[in-house]
Write a protein that binds this ligand. Structure first.
Ligand code: HEM
Length: 404
């Protein structure tokens, strides 16, 4: 039994490192560009088709669709495939053939009609996963109280969800094995059980979608509140977009203000306020406090990002602070580590930033946003929800007028 557990743990690490290599390396993230561009285009079209828009829903759907397509090969999130990609090299080369100028046209052509029979409950399962992640697992902090998780149903809910994930993954794998994707499985030649694959996917969806959508949601909310910043951003994006139908990834490099806006939002609304727990390896003394070896250390990056000894007017949204500054989120500037730092730092940073920049640029390029019922932007509720990821408490509902 113990040996099995060790084997599974080893396999998860193996799956994680293979997947980080296959999904999150610089080269792979670049190769998923077509997926990001297509899904962003689809989102823009959906916004265009609605009068009052639940932007939070749109952003959840965007981030999950992108992750679904790159991890599972098609869009199981929307219940029907908007397109498919395979993560074998040959196919990625194909994806790279898309140039920014023709992606709009090709995305239309490649919009596939493949629909998923039965429709998977991925959306519903991810919703429950997010809910579970937001609940404090009391047993982790006070081991003798872990029995509470049986009483409050946390264990049962987690086990049920894990079983449903397994069934889902089994069906996806079966589809790959029996369908046209036989090739893909060559990439995954190690001894991977359904359980470890399911657990990896829960990690990818849990760590990758909620955080990215939260960042986008807060960024748009701050822009609504700060109309001058919104105008300045729209001006930059318009100048660089030069009348093209959609902003493509090639355009983003020059958008310095856009990057500053996103950084400022990562600072003020750090999606994951507490890093993964660390443990001190030896007895140390930090700022006069003695910390024994084996002590669990929780780093509050949100507090660090709002520390008045590092930031002027830390509670205010001021993207300009990043314009002529070398401070970045790559884990070297410790006053600003929204993606963590060191060996456990977020492996999905580039993935997240690419999705966020492209989506934000297209939203502000295509639409003028306002609040429904003539509400002024000062009325926008900025309350925070609870949970591991700090979402907005209430969804972001906007009117989106197309920019001409
Ligand atoms: C704005 C978006 C995101 C933010 C703010 C964020 C932030 C973080 C943070 C703070 C950690 C813990 C790092 C530490 O303790 O040092 C983490 C871990 C992780 N992130 Fe992200 N993340 C984001 C997006 C993503 C995406 C898009 C993916 C994958 C597609 C991803 C995958 C992961 C994984 C797998 C881990 C766990 C790494 C481990 O177990 O060592 N993240 N993330």
């Amino acid at each position: 039994m113990l040996e099995n557990t060790h084997q599974e743990a080893k396999t998860i690490l193996q799956v994680r490192s293979v997947c980080v290599l296959h999904l999150l390396s610089h080269k792979m993230v670049q190769s998923f560009r077509i997926v990001r561009e297509e899904e962003t285009t689809l989102m823009v079209e959906k916004i265009r088709g609605s009068s009052v828009v639940n932007l939070s829903d749109m952003l959840v759907s965007l981030t999950n669709s992108v992750i679904s397509r790159v991890t599972l090969g098609r869009n199981y999130w929307e219940g029907e495939a908007s397109n498919e990609i395979m993560y074998v090299n040959q196919e990625n080369e194909k994806a790279n053939e898309f140039s920014s100028s023709d992606f709009e046209q090709k995305s239309k052509k490649t919009k596939s009609s493949v629909s998923l029979k039965g429709g998977w409950k991925l959306k519903e399962m991810i919703g429950r996963l997010a809910e579970l992640l937001g609940v404090v697992d009391i047993g982790v902090y006070i081991p003798w109280l872990s029995w509470l998780n049986r009483i409050n149903g946390l264990d049962g809910k987690a086990e049920k969800l894990a079983r449903e994930f397994d069934e889902f993954i089994e069906a996806v794998v079966a589809e790959h094995v029996h369908g046209r994707r036989r090739e893909c499985n060559k990439a995954l030649r190690f001894n991977m059980t359904i359980w470890s694959l399911g657990s990896f996917l829960q990690d990818m969806f849990g760590a990758g979608t909620d955080t990215t959508f939260t960042l986008l949601e807060w960024t748009v909310a701050e822009l609504l509140k700060h109309q001058e910043t919104m105008k300045k951003l729209q001006k930059e994006v318009k100048e660089i977009g030069r009348g093209k139908r959609y902003i493509a990834e090639d355009d983003l490099e020059k958008m310095h203000y856009l990057k500053a806006v996103i950084k400022e939002c990562l600072r003020l609304h750090t999606p994951l306020p507490i890093l993964l727990p660390r443990e001190s390896l030896k007895d140390v003394r930090v700022m006069g406090y003695d910390i024994d070896a084996g002590t669990q250390v929780l780093v509050n990056v949100r507090a660090i990002a709002r520390d008045p000894s590092s930031w002027e007017h830390p509670e205010e949204f001021r993207p300009e602070r990043f314009l002529n500054s070398s401070i970045d989120f790559k884990g070297k500037d410790f006053e600003f580590i929204p993606f963590g730092a060191g060996r456990r730092g977020c492996p999905g940073t580039l993935f997240a930033i690419n999705v966020t920049e492209l989506a934000l640029a297209n939203i502000v390029y295509k639409f003028d946003l306002s609040l429904p019922d003539g509400a002024s932007s000062e009325d926008l509720d900025m309350s925070e929800g609870t949970g591991i990821t700090i979402h907005r408490k209430n969804p972001l509902i906007v009117l989106a007028a197309e920019r001409l």
